[in-house]
Every structure is written in C-alpha cells, then in structure tokens.
Design a protein around this ligand. Structure first.
Ligand code: MG
Length: 364
C-alpha cells in the first residue's frame, strides 16, 4: 500500500541580507516545511519570497494546503495536480504556487531519502558540474561599488556575470555596462537584467545603445506577460532575450517560449520541482534553453539534470548557505564558476529551527 501523508508543518523565517537588494529590501522570507508520512518517512521543503507575501504563503500552507494534503499518497506529481486544481480558485500562480512548492519540494526530498538517493540521482544526473554565473542585485549601487563587485567575480573565477540595468537615464546604464565590460574583458559573458522596467519603445532604444557591449542575453526587458511586445522586440534585435522568473504556470512558459531565447523558471514560483521539470521538458521541445532563476542551493541540483545547455545564477552572498540559513553544509558548492552537488540522500538542505516569529531576525 502506498505511504500516505500524515502531517505537514510550516515555519516562517526572515533571512537578513548581508548585501541589501535595495534601501527597503534588507531581508528575504523563507517558509520551511516538513512532510511526514504514516510510516514515519519525512521530507523537507521550502517556499520563499524576496520581499512580500511571506505570511500569506504561510497561511495558505497551514489553512488551505494542509487539510487538502493529509491522507493523500506521497507521490509528488499526483499531489501537485490535485492541489493546483484545488488552489487555483485563489489564483493559478503566485501565492498559490509559491506555497505549493513547499509541499512539492518536501515530497521529492522524502522520495529521494526513502530511496537512499540524492535528489540529483533520483531525477537523473546528466552532468557532474554546471556553469554558475556571478550575479548581483546592484541597480542601486554607485558605479564604484558595481565595478568592485565585477572585480570580485573575476577574482572568484566566474566566466559569466550579470548586472542590473534600467536606471531612469539610459546614458547611466550605458556608462555602468561599459565600466563592467572594461573590468571583465571581452571574453567573459555579460548578461543584462532590466526587471520589466521598460515598455517596447524604451526597450528598442536600450538594445540599440547596449548592443555594442555584446550582451549574452538581455533579461526581462518588458513586463513579463506582454508576450506580443516580446515577440516584436525579438524580431527587431539579434540580442538574445531571456525571461521567466515572473511567470508561474507551464501555460505561460509555453506561450513565452516563442518570443525568447532563454527561459528562466524559478523553482519556487512555478510551484516546485514537479512543474519545474515539466517546464524544462517544454523548453527542450521548443528548442529554448532553460537557465534556472536564483536559489542555487536547489536550482543547481536541478540544473545538473537538465537537458541541453544551462547555467545557474549565483547572486553574491544570497544563497541559503551564504545567508546562514543551513545548519550544515548541503554539499552544493560553487568554485571557480562551476557548481557541484554531493548531497547525500535527498536535497541535503537542512534549515535551522531557530526563530519562527514573523518579522523576527534570523539567529541560530
Ligand atoms: Mg532577473
């Protein structure tokens, strides 16, 4: 008989950032979950939001997901489909899928641990290491600080780096990108991320001004759901266009695949590992590479299993390991621009059990 889910717990954590993502973005929200089955098997999962929504995610897990989950067979894909159908009255993506990831990641961890396999080997390892690129939430940095960050990436051995653009004045973007290109030289790849700050005319002006710095890709130049504008931009430039961190459903990714060169699902925002792998397959069928957004502690493990070329984003000092959220090393490491994962059974992520108060600083 299949093992059934007997309990789900969820706890809120606030993770202070040692390098704030903006004047009012000084910490991240993490909701740590645990699933327990009738036979006593356990798995750890998490939901995450950078700025807002953390307490809403916690409430959805405890008030709505928990009663709908208990008693179900502990199989990730059937559970995901049933819970998404149940939750979509509150929205097909967003708080619902972010909360659902807490269950899905825990069920995958549980299954891998029960099988005595690492998550990577359970899914199917395709490579022993994957390229990681240096990334920073640095739009608010003075240019001197941006240059220093680029120098740290070069010293750390990254072969590719990503910086934020989309300042109010395009001339500022051009000067900042020129300064970073001068630091990293002509051979390292340089990605640019506008975080949806432009409309189509502004994006067209920006690609004309920035093309000479040979961007490896231009990320989120436009609002994520304006797929018609993405198609028109892609038709007007040879600069590869990337997006996906602000999309939530496989249907959105399928529609977006036609207008971009790189798809960037965030494993938590799409609802966990089950939908992430479906989106990766969708990218493979569409011939569009998938490069996971943020969360390298887990995204890096998934990237080791992805078909085709991929890269993992390593935002400076923002991994769970760097934030001090883990009680022991996970086995995921980034060295000289390559990520490896030697986790033991499951995904290897053991979160501290310290503070559970909403808004209380993390300390363990
Ligand atoms: Mg981005």
């Amino acid at each position: 008989m299949t093992d059934v889910v007997a309990d789900l717990t969820a706890e809120f954590r606030l993770l202070p950032l040692s390098r704030p993502w903006g004047p009012d973005r000084t910490d991240l929200r993490l909701i740590v979950t645990e699933v327990r089955t009738a036979s006593g098997a356990t798995g750890t999962g998490f939901s995450w939001t950078p700025t807002i929504g953390g307490t809403a995610v916690l409430a959805m897990l405890t008030d709505d997901i928990r009663p709908a989950l208990l008693g179900r067979s502990a199989d990730p894909a059937p559970v995901w489909d049933a819970l998404w159908a149940y939750l979509r009255e509150a929205g097909g993506g967003g708080i619902t899928t972010i909360a659902l990831s807490g269950v899905d990641i825990a069920l995958w961890d549980l299954r891998a641990r029960a099988a005595g396999l690492s998550l990577v080997d359970l899914i199917g390892r395709r490579r022993d290491s994957v390229e990681a690129y240096g990334s920073g939430i640095n739009r608010h940095y003075p240019v001197e600080a941006l240059v220093e960050q680029a120098e740290r990436w070069v010293a750390a051995g990254f072969g590719a780096v990503k910086v934020k653009i989309g300042r109010p004045d395009l001339a500022e973007d051009v000067a900042r990108v020129a300064a970073v290109r001068a630091v990293i030289g002509p051979r390292r790849r340089l990605m640019l991320d506008a975080n949806q700050r432009w409309d189509l005319p502004a994006a067209l002006r920006a690609v004309r001004a920035l093309d000479r710095f040979e961007p490896y890709w231009l990320e989120e130049p436009l609002p994520a759901d304006d797929l018609a504008a993405y198609a028109r931009l892609a038709a007007a430039t040879t600069v590869p266009i990337a997006q996906g961190e602000s999309l939530y459903t496989a249907g959105q990714f399928q529609a977006a695949a036609a207008g971009v060169t790189v798809l960037q699902p965030n494993v938590v925002r799409v609802g966990g590992i089950t939908p992430f792998l479906r989106i990766a397959e969708l990218g493979r069928l569409a011939g569009v590479p998938v490069a996971p957004h943020l969360l390298p502690d887990l995204s890096g493990q998934l990237a080791l299993c992805l078909p085709g070329v991929t890269m993992v984003e390593d935002v400076e000092d923002a991994s769970f390991a760097a934030l001090g959220a883990l009680t022991r090393p996970s086995g995921v490491e980034v060295k000289a621009g390559r990520l490896t994962a030697d986790t033991g059974p499951g995904h290897g992520l053991a979160f501290g059990t310290g503070h559970t108060d909403r808004g209380t600083e993390w300390a363990d």
